[in-house]
Design a protein around this ligand. Sequence first.
Ligand SMILES: [Zn+2]
Length: 763
Amino acid sequence: MTTSRRDFVAQLGAMAVLGSTLAPTSRAADRSDPHVGAAPPLPWYRRTLRWGQTNITEIDPGRYDIGWWREYWTRTAIQGVIVNAGGIVAYYPSRYPLQYRALGLGDRDLFGELTRAARDQGLTVVARMDSNRVHEPVFREHPDWIAIDADGKPYRSGDLYVTCINGPYYRSFLPGVMREIIERAHPDGFTDNSWSGLDRGSICYCENCRKGFRDAAGSDLPRRRDWDDAAFRKWIEWSYARRLELWDANNAVTRGAGGADCIWVGMNGGGIAGQARSFRDYRAICARTPIILLDHQTRSNAEGFQHNAFAGKLIHGMLGWDKLIPESMPMYQIGTPMFRLATKTPAEARAWMLAGFAGGIQPWWHHVSAYHEDRRMYRTAEPIMRWHRENERYLVDRTPVASVGVVWSQRSVDFYGRDEADELTEQPLRGWMQALVRARIPYVPVHIDQIDAAASAMSVLILPNLGALADAQVAAIRRFVERGGALIATGQTSLFDEWGDARPDFALGDLFGVSRAGSAAPVRATPERLRAAAAQTYLRLTPELRARVDGPHVADEPRPTDTRHPVLAGFDQTDILAYGGALEPLRVATGARVLATFIPAFPAFPPETAWMREPRTDLPGLVVNEQGGRRVAFVPADLDRRYAIDNLPDHGDLLANLVRWAARDSIPLRVDGPGLLDVELYRQGERLVLHIVNLTGVGSWRAPMEEIIPVGPVGVQLRVPPRATPHVVQWRVGNRTERVAPRGGWLPLVLPQVREHELAVIE
Ligand SMILES: [Zn+2]
């Protein structure tokens, strides 16, 4: 598959007609026309860029107007459809009586009819299963297919029964169903909505799990959830392994019956904690699939639209930037509140889609039900899907231009974050994402076990409270610094091992320039401890510049001998910053410099009592360690988490300052202008592709967004090679082309206005 395209591109090169800058265009053309050139066609999972899904409800067989939907497929320029086949509800007359048929289906083959209609229009067809639950008659006949709780009762979800991924339902019944679907309709591939079964909140004690775990681990299943218990830890790892094995087994079934390209691709999520909860090892999954079908349907108020670009970059980082990540994008009101049959505000739907494009995600409109009385939802996708078709060559097959990597670890989410991953691992990561987007600093997420591979492109790595690190991971971080990379770490980074057990001291303490004071073992932060610490605390910036209080005397003269570190730029008019967390004593190594110290909490009410009881301590909140030209910053203060929670601009500014200092002059672009903009930069051959997504609007912080407010002018400077030839810049939304001359190694661009987004193609 990969080979065919490589050969095709090589062939183009040999023809020497098009030149290197046009090669990516040709590759995109290669995707959209599977029969171009002499090369064999690309498989569906490499060429299908735009998708649609009408998630069929049980009563739809009586009202599915296939002719109308065919016309909608054409209007929205899709190239593939996802069609409900079997699982919880079957939409074809299965030979298996236990497959519950949709109401009123009778002997109609709705799945087959839709498949033929889609084929007739040249569309890819993926059969959708939902294997997680079954109706009561299945439980009565096959109780061993159902997951069992510690009391021996079946796990239920409403009226339905939850199936166990280790039982015969997954391992023999569903394979039979998939083979039947392939025989009848020959779909291109399969997906499954909730394939990974029970999440880690629930242990299954069915006979298959008991035996399987005993055989694999040599002990009985854990009796309860306890992260410090060896059996529970083994159960976590075993559960991950079972899902990877299921992924491979399903692929063996579908490829065996349907051919090499008839792959099975379970849906995956866009958040790391969610993947961890579901036992989906994201990196291992990306290693065994050529496409990710992404179930990440909306922003949360905590994450914002920018999380979609983040998710795209996170997954491409593992999957490769030449692969596709179509994402289910609802046209109805999803999230809180949930109204499956009401139109999502177009501004909200479109902002999510555009942020996804900026992260390398492909669009996939999603409707629940084949019939709607709120017909406004049919108008949202069309213009944006058509824009995507016109610009598709610039939206795939490209690599990010970024010198800042934000390191993440699913293992640390599990064994350090445990049941508090949102507070301990997600919030710090989210704080960095927000700070970098707000500062318009291009970044990519970097998987902890891919540091060596990513290192050559990165000048800075950020470790957002990566509590649990294995020795090998610590060694990879050290190698990065030894090769001249800069490091920023926060909170409890490197204080625990890969099981979340305390180390005697920070494993990276020598780089951070700190070591623990006192002999007590480190204690994992917990939400309770964090909440208890969340009070009116401050950081004192050092050196202080003004307003030193000595008894009743206030000296308000600047002290010119003191100079502040560049990390504190912009804070010249203050000696304190709001903080909101707690700090512990640390020993600071010779040569390391403390830029901020802790001011303990004092009352906020009544106002008369709001004065600092202890204005100065020596508890470090921010330490920079510049040794032998290397730049390392350690931030014991959890400012990244605080920024995610409190959204105080000072925290975002300080985090951005740290990155700019650590990155020296490696940040490839500068953006000036108002508003919240997600700016993403890519290289495509010799060409640069710049996305600017405007997230400034009415409701841009709290869903749903009802109106996007245009911003501008926006000035963008892009770093270009020193040779001073003018560049041709195409604005693919504003529809204009201009020639721009570089100045001093930077290409200055000006956008008078950005409405929803802009895409610049720079040759
Ligand atoms: Zn089980």
